[in-house]
Write a protein that binds this ligand. Structure first.
Ligand SMILES: *Cc1c(COP(=O)(O)O)cnc(C)c1O
Length: 211
């Protein structure tokens, strides 16, 4: 059942992904190890998780070094050690303190952590992420850290505003020619995201069902 849903999502991506460079992140938050294993058996390698404790339990239980785990949820700065230890990517970095800690803890784990800065692209009061005018400062800071590899940006658009938000994200990415990753697009807007330059889509519901 997961195999069929996964294939359907892959087909949707391929229909609009002419450059064939979009990576599918299967968002498995609140979903069981059994369902995640079904996706793994269908060939899925990249998984996204939001809640650290739940994620670490699953990552340890599944224990498959061929997988890539992406942390996509809000980050408490006192919880960064487990992120640095268990994840290969973090999409939701939004402040210096988190970057400082992730860098030190990645060093302790002798790894380079791939990082995206979460952008509050629509200036929403309620949403986490860096305001567009504060990005430059955080990018420059991240670039100085030896065990952080800054790859690009992530956003969650304002409901109903996806197309406009994604276009702004693409313009933002283009202003940093050495960055290449845009993590944007979820179950209900993945096509719009890819048409506007997404390179990573984060799909939960359409693979694993409603939460
Ligand atoms: C839950 C979540 C997703 C997946 O959303 P779906 O609508 O279920 O595809 C993607 N990104 C983030 C940051 C999420 O929290």
């Amino acid at each position: 059942m997961i195999a069929e849903r996964l294939n359907h999502v892959i087909q949707r991506i391929q229909k609009v992904d002419r450059s064939q460079k979009v990576k599918l992140i299967a968002v498995s938050k609140k979903k069981s190890i059994a369902l995640i294993k079904e996706a793994i058996n269908s060939g899925q390698k990249d998984f996204g998780e939001n809640y650290l404790q739940e994620a670490v339990e699953k990552i340890k239980a599944i224990d498959d070094p061929s997988l890539t785990w992406h942390f996509i949820g809000p980050i408490q700065s006192n919880k960064t050690a487990s992120i640095a230890k268990y994840f290969q990517w973090v999409h939701s970095v939004n402040r210096r303190k988190v970057l400082t800690r992730l860098n030190e803890q990645s060093k302790e784990n002798q790894k380079i952590l791939n990082v995206l800065i979460q952008v509050n692209i629509d200036h929403e009061d309620t949403k986490s992420g860096v305001m567009p005018e504060e990005i430059d400062d955080l990018v420059n800071y991240a670039n100085k850290l030896s065990n952080i590899s800054l790859k690009g940006f992530m956003c969650i658009p304002k409901p109903g505003n996806a197309e406009e938000s994604f276009k702004k994200m693409k313009i933002l990415l283009n202003s940093y020619p050495y960055l290449e990753t845009l993590s944007m697009g979820m179950s209900n807007d993945l096509e719009i995201a890819i048409r506007n330059g997404s390179t990573m889509v984060r799909i939960g519901t359409d693979i694993f069902g409603a939460r």
